[in-house]
Design a protein around this ligand. Structure first.
Ligand code: TZP
Ligand code: MG
Length: 215
């Protein structure tokens, strides 16, 4: 399956079992993929390793069938075991060069960044794409840094030659502005997996984003 990088997809969705209104991972993922999400990240903070592994096996099957890219947050070992397309790490996680040693040349590595210094370092470290954020305040991530606003997004769009994905507090009502500030791929958690109708939310978000991309 061809690898899809942010930059080639509009919406990048992340799972979160705490926000899914009691629905199963399968139900939420099925709605996301059915609505055309092409990059799906598994992000889970509360389960045991074996439980996360089983959930990632499920998502690997579902994303493969849908022709979507599957990325695992934090857990390099699980990403390798399920043959995910990619793994996403933060500044406090394992260093990207060490992750690269483990996963080999073909797996996508995403790196969260919050300031120019981190973005400038990313290519040398071997990251394939950057997370840029949090653009706005978010309740979804506990240990999150202060919102970076559009200033950092503008800077990345103008200065960094790597695919990037904007993240943090992005909703249908503000995504057009995020796109106007240079984001061709936006990552959303609560707005999608916490929506009463997940597929309808994907459609609304995508439409608003494309309005922003058109100017
Ligand atoms: N990293 C930076 S902000 C964030 C992550 C995982 C959470 C974004 O969630 P939401 O619900 O889209 O604000
Ligand atoms: Mg992390």
């Amino acid at each position: 399956m061809p690898k899809i990088l942010p930059g080639e997809a509009d919406i990048y969705a992340i799972t979160d079992s705490r926000l899914s209104l009691g629905r199963s991972l399968e139900e939420v993922a099925s709605a996301l993929l059915g609505a055309g999400v092409r990059i799906l990240q598994y992000r889970e903070k509360n389960l045991k390793g074996g439980e996360m592994l089983e959930e990632c096996r499920l998502l690997r099957r579902m994303t493969s069938e849908a022709g979507a890219c599957f990325i695992v947050n934090d857990h390099v070992d699980i990403a390798m075991l399920v043959e995910a397309d990619g793994v996403h790490v933060g500044q406090e996680d394992l260093p990207v060069p060490e992750v690269r040693k483990l996963v080999g040349p073909d797996m996508i590595i995403g790196l969260s960044t919050h300031e120019p210094q981190q973005a400038l370092a990313a290519r040398g470290l071997g990251a394939d794409y950057l997370g840029v954020g949090p653009i706005f305040a978010t309740q979804t991530k506990e240990d999150v840094v202060a919102p970076v606003g559009f200033a950092y997004l503008d800077w990345v769009a103008a200065n960094i030659d790597l695919p990037f994905v904007a993240i943090g507090g992005i909703k249908a009502h503000n995504i057009a502005d995020v796109a106007r500030h240079g984001a061709r791929c936006c990552c959303l958690v609560s707005e999608l997996v916490g929506a009463p109708d997940v597929a309808a939310s994907v459609r609304a978000v995508r439409e608003a984003m494309h309005q922003g991309l058109q100017g």
